[in-house]
Design a protein around this ligand. Structure first.
Ligand code: ZN
Length: 174
């Protein structure tokens, strides 16, 4: 059970670092990962995840790094492709379109897009590593207390007779 938690913390920490790197890079150039019908776009601090059968060049598998000049903005791009927002909470936007075409090229066209600021993801991925740090501090504190040391500073209290007294080194009360 413990190793699952450790793995989760490690994965979360890795995702946090990756998000911060990508967030920084996305201000210089856009990154597009597409694997039909999915596409992930990272531009200017925003992440857009799309699932659609309307994607142009969506059959290409892999990551493409593109310099956009002038820099593109997902917030302006999405309405152009998907029309009206379905909903928007904070800076998280969701688009959902579906329409039927008749005529020479009949078919159902669909598309969903979710836009999330990379900063939000960084905060999300930071939660688990922070909890882990808090837990580590708590654990080292209880280890010290069990060994007869001051929980706050580690000063040796085994010689003191009054167990309820404040630590003579740092003044912490047990
Ligand atoms: Zn102390």
């Amino acid at each position: 059970m413990r190793w699952i938690l450790n793995m989760a913390v490690a994965v979360s920490l890795f995702l946090l670092i990756a998000t911060l790197v990508v967030w920084h890079e996305s201000h210089d150039y856009g990154m597009i990962y597409s694997n039909d019908p999915w596409r992930i776009t990272l531009i200017d601090g925003d992440l857009m995840v799309e699932q659609s059968n309307m994607l142009l060049g969506g059959t290409e598998l892999g990551i493409s790094i593109e310099h956009f000049d002038p820099p593109m903005n997902i917030r302006e791009l999405a309405p152009w492709a998907y029309g009206e927002k379905q909903w928007s909470i904070g800076h998280v936007d969701y688009y959902d379109v579906e329409f039927t075409l008749t005529g020479p090229t009949p078919g159902v066209f669909f598309g969903q897009a979710l836009i999330v600021p990379l900063g939000y993801l960084a905060v999300l991925f930071a939660i688990l590593p922070l909890l882990w740090l808090v837990w580590l501090r708590k654990r080292s504190r209880s280890h010290r207390v069990r060994r007869g040391l001051c929980g706050a500073c580690g000063y040796d209290l085994r010689g003191s007779t009054n167990k309820a007294a404040a630590c003579p080194e740092c003044g912490a009360t047990p």
